[in-house]
Write a protein that binds this ligand. Sequence first.
Ligand SMILES: Cc1cc2nc3c(=O)[nH]c(=O)nc-3n(C[C@H](O)[C@H](O)[C@H](O)COP(=O)(O)O)c2cc1C
Length: 187
Amino acid sequence: MTQPPLPLDGLLAGQRVLVCVGGGIAAYKAAELVRRLRDAGAGVRVVMTEHAQQFVGTATFQAVSGQPVRTSLWDAAAEAAMGHLELAAWAQRVVVAPATADLIARLAHGFANDLVSTLYLATEARVAIAPAMNHRMWRHPATRANVETLRARGVQVIGPDDGPLAEGESGPGRLREPEWIVRELAG
Ligand SMILES: Cc1cc2nc3c(=O)[nH]c(=O)nc-3n(C[C@H](O)[C@H](O)[C@H](O)COP(=O)(O)O)c2cc1C
């Protein structure tokens, strides 16, 4: 019989966690991640890439985080109230989930051409990525090299899991289950 999951209460009590949502199929699971982070006692803010919004709307993340969601560097109102540098400083932990192959490449190469990549360069918080992609993309030498670059820089790499993928294939590339992302962040 499967053991019931242990409660997440207090695992990240009082931690300020910035969740960066990338544009992959697993973006919908990031909403569950936000819920689980809050269950663990974290205060959560969410930023989404432009492509992430093709998969899930900002309203979902606004509802589950209880905070406004940022999607662009070029948001005049948000920059007036809480600029991207303040958001980078606010975060004690940053988790990129799902981390797409493209986003991993941008982070590994130090791009600052959108809100998420700019925040990554601007923050001193501990950063974790939870990759999710097709298994061939995950195994590609370019992705392997980019992940190893980030790992060598101290970025925590959570998952991916091996199993059925959205496109009907199977292999490494599934987003780790949100509850386990929280546990690894806290571990
Ligand atoms: C239907 C669809 C599903 C996609 N799923 C993934 C995915 O799971 N992982 C991934 O790395 N890229 C995926 N992509 C490609 C990304 O959306 C694309 O590389 C995009 O530039 C990522 O942008 P972002 O990382 O800034 O969000 C998908 C594209 C489409 C059209």
